[in-house]
Design a protein around this ligand. Structure first.
Ligand SMILES: [Zn+2]
Length: 298
């Protein structure tokens, strides 16, 4: 069975055709703050052209969106043009004009499902998925199904408060996991402490070389993630946490404080909780979106 998959992010929209969780053809275009009317017809046309080029006919479409979805509507998406929010998913899917049924879900849940179908989650039954990039996102996959909750944001650990007097978060509150442990937060905190504005990857290099401030910034981020993982352990008792996203490449720096805090904050009955590294990388939500649409038959 072939599927179309689309991953709408704040900066780009990635799209692909998949065959049994394998990407057959793919492309992307800039989101550029566009409305669904401005962007989706173009994505639909590009996908139709890809299908034609490859001589294939996908039968469903899966859509990954950067916000919680419930009652058939995208409820929040701070990184997209406001006209995406509150629109019925069916209306959004219709704009693609692909002539096939479709389904949509939140990106972190679909990233987790992608790992479940074809990555580090293969063979696991229940796990938490953590995305560490410019933001921090998360979701729970329980018995192979995404846990949605009443409003679609269950398991969203990025905005759990870990430092009540901590840095201001993009959501307007203080000390969320994201405000301490995202790539953006790490660069910002490092700049505040040293006056040097450098990229997260360079801060990681400095930490590995033993620079004290860089090590401390990563340890603080790991501590925040440890509290987040302990919350998952206590609430859902998953078999593992799978960590993906660009910052997961610095897991060697995050892991010591993450694991120490996790041990301290979670009850032994819900431990051990191994922290595994994701295997799919950037395309995880595409793989998950295709899998979700295939499983639901739409
Ligand atoms: Zn927040």
């Amino acid at each position: 069975m072939l599927e179309y998959a689309i991953d709408v992010g704040g900066t780009k929209i990635a799209y692909a055709i998949l065959d049994d969780s394998r990407i057959v053809a793919e492309g992307s275009l800039a989101t550029d703050g566009g409305t669904p009317e401005e962007r989706l017809p173009e994505v639909g046309k590009a996908l139709s052209a890809l299908a034609k080029e490859n001589g294939c006919r996908p039968t469903v479409v899966g859509l990954s969106l950067p916000g919680p979805i419930a009652r058939g509507v995208l409820l929040q998406a701070p990184n997209l043009h406001r006209s995406w929010v509150g629109r019925p998913i069916d209306e959004i899917l219709h704009m693609l004009d692909l002539g096939v049924p479709g389904s949509a879900q939140r990106d972190a849940l679909l990233g987790g499902l992608g790992e479940y179908a074809a990555g580090a989650g293969q063979g696991l039954d229940s796990f938490a998925y953590l995305t560490l990039g410019t933001g921090v996102g998360g979701g729970l996959i329980l018995r192979g199904e995404p846990l949605l909750g009443t409003d679609g944001a269950a398991g969203e650990i990025g905005h759990l408060t870990v430092e009540p007097r901590g840095p201001l978060c993009g959501c307007g509150r203080r000390g969320c996991v994201e405000s301490v442990a995202s790539g953006t937060a790490i660069a910002k905190i490092y700049a505040e402490e040293t006056g040097e504005e450098i990229h997260g990857a360079e801060i990681a290099q400095r930490a590995r070389a033993g620079e004290r401030v860089a090590r401390r910034v990563f340890a603080r981020a790991g501590n925040a993630l440890g509290i987040a993982c302990a919350a998952w352990a206590q609430v859902a008792n998953p078999q593992a946490v799978i960590a993906g996203g660009s910052l997961a490449q610095s897991m060697d720096l995050l892991r010591p404080s993450l694991e120490r805090t996790l041990q301290r904050h979670a009850w032994k009955a819900n431990l051990p909780l191994p922290i595994l590294e994701a295997r799919l990388g950037g395309p995880a939500p595409l793989v998950g979106a295709a899998y979700y649409a295939r499983k639901r038959g739409r």
